[in-house]
Design a protein around this ligand. Structure first.
Ligand SMILES: NC(=O)c1ccc[n+]([C@@H]2O[C@H](COP(=O)([O-])OP(=O)(O)OC[C@H]3O[C@@H](n4cnc5c(N)ncnc54)[C@H](O)[C@@H]3O)[C@@H](O)[C@H]2O)c1
Ligand SMILES: O=C(O)C(=O)C[C@@H](O)[C@H](O)[C@H](O)COP(=O)(O)O
Ligand SMILES: [Zn+2]
Length: 359
């Protein structure tokens, strides 16, 4: 079965989820293109080669970039620009991102920055990429100072989630992606949490209809949030797109202090327990909802504890994109599926919430 969800922004596009969906790639590339750059990680080399058969009559350039987070830096970006320049990429040519979220974040930024923006198409190959990174137009790279600090909003022309590719995804990467799915459950769609709670072991089988359903539900949440607030401006004082940053203030700091040696979903899992502690300690959510965070995330095999010295994390959190001036801002819940922003909490409250994460 193929599912098609539309991301209803100013330039609407579809996210197609199913088996055999790459047959739509040629149509998405469009008729004006002569050249296509496939930005891919080394693990996806065979699949990148295989795309040539979908892109006949086009000049296809395979741009292999380092695996995972090592792709999201200025040196790799520069090398991609060099290749596009040498190959003569024009404004009618197309960039394709094939890989996990790190690869599609980089590929999207290559597309956003080349000639001030060319068409791009995302072919995510991880659960996390499908459910989150490939959808919504946030593209970018890391700097020494932190995660995703340089980037642009640049929406794809379409996203094809070929479920067959998940067969080779290691279990720990599946779990990492499910952290973002659980996030969607907490901030917007509790039926996601109910599905996980009913069969936590079954979610390890990426060929199962359950995983397809969870991916689809996660994408539906992301698409709806992004459609309401593409550039994260919080229209009418609403939480808007920042809701998708649930767990990310501490999560990104953990990634940074671990030199990006921790998976994104694992860091976000710990970050969600942290903000649940913050919300509970400031009287917003009850003990049951706090405990539900720990139980859902643990049942997925995700980490919920942390022993990093708090001051190191506090320093790293100051460069979060939600910070305004010196005021840290956290996405919390007022209740299940009711995200809100907690602005400028006391350092003592933050310290106590973090202390509650000790194993
Ligand atoms: N732009 C956004 O809105 C957004 C949203 C969420 C996360 N992100 C970013 O996404 C990144 C995390 O993405 P990720 O979890 O996909 O990590 P990743 O891109 O690092 O991929 C994880 C690992 O899986 C491997 N892999 C990918 N597809 C595979 C497959 N089909 N079979 C076998 N191995 C495969 C990769 O080579 C890599 O080693 C982070 O940089 C995060 O900041 C961005
Ligand atoms: O799409 C969004 O908006 C998100 O916040 C989704 C996050 O899961 C994702 O990790 C995103 O890259 C974080 O964005 P950032 O602006 O905090 O870098
Ligand atoms: Zn994320």
């Amino acid at each position: 079965m193929t599912t098609r969800l539309t991301v209803a922004t100013g330039a609407p596009y579809d996210v197609v989820i199913g088996h055999g969906v790459l047959s739509e790639l040629r149509g998405l590339v469009g008729t004006d293109a002569r050249r296509v750059a496939v930005v891919h990680s080394p693990t996806l080399q065979d699949r990148a080669e295989a795309l040539r058969s979908e892109l006949t009559e086009l000049d296809v350039h395979l741009l292999e970039v380092p695996d995972g987070e090592a792709a999201k830096n200025a040196d790799v970006l520069t090398s991609c620009w060099r290749t596009l320049g040498e190959a003569g990429f024009t404004r009618s040519d197309v960039v394709i991102g094939l890989g996990g979220g790190a690869t599609t974040d980089l590929a999207g930024f290559v597309a956003a920055s080349w000639l001030r923006g060319v068409r791009f198409v995302n072919l995510p190959t991880t659960v996390l990429g499908m459910v989150d990174a490939a959808v919504g137009g946030k593209t970018g790279i890391n700097t020494e100072a932190g995660k995703n600090l340089v980037g642009a909003f640049h929406e794809p022309a379409g996203v094809l989630c070929e479920l067959d590719v998940l067969a080779t995804l290691p279990p720990e990467e599946v779990r990492s992606g499910l952290a973002e799915v659980a996030k969607c459950g907490f901030i917007a769609d509790p039926t996601i949490l109910e599905l996980i709670e009913a069969a936590p072991e079954a979610v390890a089988d990426t060929a199962s209809p359950l995983v397809a359903e969870l991916i689809t539900k996660g994408i539906a949440v992301k698409a709806a949030v992004v459609a309401g607030d593409l550039k994260e401006t919080g229209p009418g004082g609403s939480v808007g797109r920042e809701a998708l940053n649930y767990g990310h203030t501490l999560g990104h700091a953990l990634e940074r202090v671990n030199s990006f040696g921790i998976r994104h979903g694992e860091a976000i899992s710990v970050g969600m327990v942290f903000v649940a502690e913050l919300a509970h300690r400031s009287g917003r959510i009850d003990a049951d909802l706090l405990e539900r965070h720990r139980s859902v995330l643990r049942s997925l095999g995700l980490p919920t504890t942390d022993e990093t010295p708090f001051d190191t994390l506090l320093e790293a959190m100051r460069l979060d994109k939600k910070t305004r001036g010196t005021q840290l801002r956290f996405v919390v819940l007022d209740d299940l599926a009711r995200p809100a922003v907690l602005a400028g909490p006391d350092d003592d409250l933050l310290r106590e919430a973090h202390a509650a994460l000790r194993p």
